[in-house]
Ligand binder design. Structure first.
Ligand code: AMP
Ligand code: ZN
Length: 113
């Protein structure tokens, strides 16, 4: 499959990994939008939010636990951070493998909700 994030999972493309287990991978975003910008992904190829299946519920929930752990390790848990998932064309999703942006390390602007 021609998926850049699957290639990162398979170590065909190098990345700066900050967390890895059998189900989840997290790595530094190549074009950071904040002092700390980490991409968290399931190793299972799920295209986008609308392709989450019932069987993925535990996996998606676990991603938030992993985000908590990474936020603590990166020293941004106390000050706060933002988690963003872009979905589809209008959501501005460019990589078609579901991913959670973890952004922090500064007071984030551009609050839209
Ligand atoms: P999105 O626009 O929500 O699809 O976000 C895709 C994100 O993946 C962007 O923030 C990109 O900078 C990031 N990205 C793309 N290719 C790589 C890569 N090889 N390594 C790390 N991050 C990447
Ligand atoms: Zn993929």
């Amino acid at each position: 499959m021609d998926c850049i994030f699957c290639k990162i999972i398979n170590k065909e493309i190098p990345s700066n990994i900050v967390y890895e287990d059998e189900e989840i991978l997290a790595f530094k975003d190549i074009a950071p939008q904040a002092p700390i910008h980490i991409v968290v992904i399931p190793k299972k190829h799920i295209g986008k939010i609308t392709q989450i299946q019932k069987e993925d519920e535990a996996l998606i929930g676990k991603i938030y636990s992993v985000i908590n752990q990474i936020a603590k390790e990166q020293g941004i848990a106390e000050e706060g951070f933002r988690v963003i998932i872009n979905c589809g064309e209008n959501g501005g999703q460019e990589v078609k493998h579901i991913h959670f942006h973890l952004l922090g390390g500064t007071k984030l602007s551009g609050k839209i909700v």
